[in-house]
Design a binder for this molecule. Structure first.
Ligand SMILES: NC(=O)c1ccc[n+]([C@@H]2O[C@H](COP(=O)([O-])OP(=O)(O)OC[C@H]3O[C@@H](n4cnc5c(N)ncnc54)[C@H](OP(=O)(O)O)[C@@H]3O)[C@@H](O)[C@H]2O)c1
Length: 273
């Protein structure tokens, strides 16, 4: 075993067979910072029990597995890019194995978010609906703008994603909404107004509107508009490559491995707090 292997971080990857999982796998061959120790897929996956190097040459001799406890065995940190239906089982396995989790899956409901908070009391958990640097910074800018402009500026959040994205509005859009609420000293639940067909057409005073489009292969676009009398401020972030999220997830994993139990976000990783 050489020095670089000895100091590598043992990393498990849940949702490894999916679009984002494959982006992470693509960054691992030749990367001495990480050693892949497990790769997860669903129990109905066509890749179940297949070697991971089928989709990415240069990876260790591992098979795709559906049991999250087996995927995490021996890992120091796990990155989860699966779907919210799998989160409960993944959290339980994390608790049993004492593995730190970078949870990149989006679309969690209130009860799942409560379980995530609960887990963070015993292991480090980083909840990241978006692992790009730009979104972490955008959240700070949005919080600042919302605080300065206040309720007099109508706030609308708009997002575009590829045709296969399931949750709507995106987890990132909701995170931006929470930043608006934080900037105004409020909470999103009392401000949120979704712009869906058939929903109320007049905006409520001080509300935060959400709208979304789905199509093509768009990796992710988010804009926040503050519209006042005679002026409008728009803050926009566009991702053109999914690899951007994968790089961010690996950076987060490296950072989280050294942290005590707690609930963290990307702004902690990037020192933006
Ligand atoms: N944090 C970020 O920056 C970021 C960026 C992009 C996307 N996301 C989020 O990441 C998640 C994955 O996105 P994606 O585009 O990669 O989706 P995807 O292509 O549909 O991949 C989903 C993955 O989860 C696995 N899976 C599905 N159901 C499962 C279950 N019950 N148990 C275990 N594994 C299961 C799938 O396995 P099989 O397909 O092999 O069955 C596949 O590996 C989504 O929630 C998305 O919103 C986050």
């Amino acid at each position: 075993m050489n020095n670089s292997t000895r100091s590598s971080l043992r990393l498990a990857l849940l949702g490894a067979s999916g679009r984002m999982g494959r982006e992470v796998l693509a960054l691992l061959p030749g990367n001495s910072l990480f050693e892949l120790s497990g790769a997860g897929c669903s129990s109905g996956s066509g890749l179940l029990n297949q070697p991971v190097d089928i989709i990415q040459p240069g990876l260790p001799a591992l098979l795709f597995q559906a049991d999250p406890a087996k995927v995490m065995q021996g890992a120091k940190v796990v990155i989860d890019f699966s779907l919210p239906g799998a989160t409960q089982a993944h959290l339980s396995a994390c608790r049993e194995q004492g593995v730190a989790m970078v949870l990149c899956t989006t679309g969690h409901d209130a009860s799942q978010l409560e379980h995530i908070r609960e887990l963070s009391k015993s292991v480090p958990v980083l909840l990241a609906a978006n692992t790009s640097l730009g979104i972490a910074l955008l959240n700070r800018l949005v919080e600042l703008a919302a605080g300065v402009l206040g309720e007099q500026f109508d706030t609308e959040i708009f997002e575009v994603h590829h045709r296969n994205k399931r949750d709507l509005p995106s987890g990132t859009a909701l995170g931006l909404g929470r930043s608006v609420a934080r900037g105004r000293g409020s909470n999103l639940d009392s401000l949120r107004q979704d712009r869906l067909p058939g929903s109320e057409s007049l905006r409520g005073p001080g509300s935060v509107g959400f709208a979304a489009l789905r199509g093509g292969d768009v990796a992710g676009e988010h804009s926040v508009m503050f519209a006042g009398e005679g002026e409008r401020l728009e803050l926009i972030h566009r991702v053109s490559k999914r690899a951007t999220f994968a790089h961010g997830a690996l950076k987060a994993a490296q950072w989280l491995a050294g942290q005590p139990p707690g609930l963290y976000e990307m702004s902690d990783v990037l020192g933006l707090k």
